[in-house]
Design a protein around this ligand. Structure first.
Ligand code: 3H9
Length: 690
């Protein structure tokens, strides 16, 4: 086994290098290695100065987050950082690539810090439900002041070396080669006494304003405000007491379900692209064709342009093409404003429109975003089949049609795949990659590579109405509508769901999407509805009253005065009249019951989606709900949440709900099996991926 930490003495400089690929995480072996290396440096009469650096592409990626929740094996990271700081001879950090979390804390324990241009320096712990727990909350304010430390730690946002140097977090931005730059700096430190961060003046100030703002910004989350409390402990005179308080708060956070949820989400984001059984080499993609320039097509084109791809957009006539170009242009302008696109790149994007499919003859991948109608889609695909070069990929952005049937309209079904973007396509992170049976493996691999290139989270989905996300959505949406029919107010439902942590309740989402969308879906599905399927007639009535949502100025809420939507008694009247006309006697629902029903419906349908193989693993469901449906990240996703909440509890809830409506509530077989055997959805992730 190679040693993760090496010690090399060269001309009085002790080079202490951490090599623990891929990110030099500070797991037990690395901590022990660093501890031993610092002790050796202290005892090494030939060594005047030590340089701590990372081997490979970065300095240190932070604590090994797979170790959280397990017993800490000594030495702990705070002890290692303290040992570095206590060194009687000077120690410097030579940082490249990234110094994150515990990685930056190691650097703060060193007496001097040099970082190479382009390095990412940050304390992102709150994004994992914890706080910097190796002295970061105590040393950072001593270096950059209380306010700046508060902003950096509570936001988790990184800083670049130039800014870090300016604020005093590091001492120098290196030039040229890392090792040469480190050697030049180390030479100056020979014979100097150590300069310990802990000995710097006690920071003063008050973070109550930042704490209030943070609490408002991160409702429901414990880590960000707790991190601020830990920083405030740095204002006491005793450094060690501050460290002890930080440690206490850190260990509390490690035990929270939020920490478990956020770390599950972190690994889920990385595991989704590792589809079991998929190891094909992706095809090269440089030129994208988009068919249809409506909101979706223009959004897809924008997304591809932001990723530096060449885009040709085909519309049916010159006017439509001009409108599409204007939409793309406006999207790009907004991207410049948001800092997502350099102004130079905006000037001349590799984008053109056309009205003839022949313009697509050199594209590597064409995505269709035309009207959701099988006949129309098949026509488009036949036309694409006629012009695209061999080896090009044909993709559809359909949100529910059978991708296999669309593929059959071509002579090359193995090159056809679904790429289901979410609106606005250049903003939303989720991309459902819908894979019919006959699709070639390298086409699927290419779709994942494209998702990554576009900065999106690609999730493989099988073919069914609604794929993973919209299929599960229709189940929990139906549970919400049934509650409203039975007596819950739409506003009560929205409040309860926001209370759970979603940014919006289902009726606010309806207003955003447009009530015509839901109405069209109900009409489409009406022929297959059974006698026991309940229709949310109140929603139909709102639709018929022209209350189409935000775009109409009113839907479930009234947007005339309040941009965020005001409650409207007229909606209450429509809902109540609907119940009267249907002969329904309303009853009360409290927030707990609303959440219980909503979540039970979500988890139950998700279990079916997993069992049918529409989602390969429970973690694929989690990724879809997290990135496309506003599921609170700190709850980890619905499957992770279900495991934490208790599957047997959810089954018992469903059985109780079924006493009144046995048609709507039937326990999914997989959920029942897992609950009865004491299993968990996580077990089904573990067999193929993290
Ligand atoms: C902390 O430090 C707490 C302390 O304050 C207190 C302690 C007492 N541990 O992202 P990538 C894996 S909390 C374990 O694809 P990139 C990752 O899962 C930590 N594993 O690479 C993936 O595995 P796989 C604070 C980790 O180049 C592989 O490494 N630090 C860790 O796109 C490659 O990762 C952070 O929050 C880890 N810390 O980006 C930083 N990090 O190949 C978290 C990554 O099996 N990490 N892995 O899928 C990152 O932000 C990115 O990984 C980084 C590299 C920017 C470093």
């Amino acid at each position: 086994m190679t040693m993760p930490v090496t010690y090399d003495l060269e001309d009085g400089i002790a080079w202490i290098t951490v090599a623990n690929p891929p990110v030099n995480a500070l797991g037990h072996a690395v901590r022990a290695g660093l501890d031993a290396a610092i002790a050796r440096f202290g005892a090494d009469g030939g060594a005047e100065v030590a340089v701590v650096m990372g081997g490979g592409r970065l300095f240190l990626g932070g604590a090994d987050i797979t170790e959280f929740g397990k017993p800490v094996q000594a030495p702990s990271l705070p002890d290692v950082v303290n040992a570095i700081e206590a060194s009687p001879k000077p120690v410097m950090a030579a940082i490249h690539g990234a110094a994150l979390g515990g990685g930056l804390e190691v650097a703060l324990g060193c007496h001097w810090r040099l970082a190479m241009p382009g390095t990412v320096l940050g304390l992102p712990e709150v994004a994992l439900g914890i706080l910097p727990g190796a002295g970061g909350t105590q040393r950072t304010p001593r270096l950059i002041g209380l306010e700046a430390a508060g902003e950096m730690i509570a936001s988790g946002k990184p800083v670049d070396p130039e800014a870090a140097c300016e604020m005093g977090l590091i001492d120098r931005v290196g030039e040229g080669d890392l090792r040469d730059a480190a050697r030049r700096f180390a030479d100056k430190l020979r014979g100097k006494p150590p300069r310990r961060t802990r000995d710097r003046p006690v920071p003063t100030g008050d973070l109550s304003d930042l704490r209030d703002r943070t609490a408002a910004r991160t409702v429901g989350q414990v880590a960000p405000v707790t991190a601020i409390d830990a920083i405030m402990a740095a204002t006491g005179a005793d450094f060690d007491a501050g460290l002890a308080e930080e440690r206490r708060l850190f260990l509390d956070l490690v035990e929270t379900p939020q920490r478990a949820g956020l770390i599950h989400a972190f690994f889920t984001d990385r595991a989704v692209s590792k589809v079991p059984g998929l190891d094909a080499t992706p095809r090269d993609i440089a030129r994208i064709g988009v068919i249809g320039g409506g909101t979706m097509g223009a959004g897809i084109a924008t997304s591809a342009l932001l990723a530096g791809l060449n885009v040709t957009l085909v519309e049916r006539d010159a006017d439509s093409a001009a409108r599409a170009a204007a939409t793309v242009g406006a999207n790009l302008d907004a991207a410049v404003t948001r800092g997502k696109l350099a102004p130079e790149a905006r000037a001349d994007p590799p984008f053109r429109t056309a009205t003839d499919y022949n313009a697509l003859s050199d594209t590597d991948l064409a995505i269709e975003a035309v009207f959701e109608d099988m006949a129309v889609k098949r026509e488009v695909f036949a036309a694409l089949d006629a012009v695209l070069r061999p080896g090009a990929i044909l993709a559809t952005n359909t949100s529910y049609l059978d991708v296999g049937e669309i593929a059959a309209a071509t002579g090359r079904p193995a090159d056809v795949i679904g790429l289901h973007f979410f609106s606005p396509a250049h903003v939303m992170k989720l991309l459902e990659i819908v894979v019919p049976d006959g699709t070639a493996h390298d086409v699927t691999a290419t779709a994942f590579a494209l998702a990554k290139r576009l900065g999106k989270i690609g999730v493989r989905a099988g073919v069914c109405d609604g794929f993973i996300g919209n299929r599960i959505l229709s189940a929990y949406r139906r549970a919400a509508d049934d509650m409203v029919l039975d007596g819950a107010h739409p506003y009560e439902v929205d409040r309860a769901i926001r209370g759970f942590g979603f940014p919006m309740g289902p009726y606010q989402v309806s207003d955003l999407a447009g009530l015509d969308i839901g109405f069209a879906t109900r009409e489409r599905k009406a022929p297959e509805a059974g006698p026991h399927d309940r229709r949310p007639v109140f929603a139909d009535r709102l639709h018929h009253a022209g209350r189409l949502g935000r775009k109409a100025g009113r839907g479930y809420y009234d947007y005339a005065e309040d941009r965020r939507g005001a409650e409207d008694p007229a909606v209450t009247e429509i809902v109540e009249a609907t119940r009267r006309d249907l002969g329904l006697t309303p009853r009360e629902f409290d927030a707990d019951e609303i959440v219980a029903r909503y979540m039970a419906a979500m988890v139950n349908e998700a279990a079916r989606v997993v069992e049918e193989g529409i989602a390969a693993r429970p973690l694929d469901v989690d990724a879809v709900l997290l990135h496309g449906y506003g599921f609170p990240r700190w709850r980890g996703g619905p499957m992770h949440w279900a495991d934490q909440h208790g599957l047997a509890r959810i089954v018992a809830d469903i059985e109780r709900f079924a006493e009144h409506d046995p048609h709507a509530w039937q326990v999914a077989p997989l959920l029942r099996r897992l609950a009865e055997s004491g299993g968990a959805f996580a077990d089904l992730n573990a067999k193929d991926a993290a």
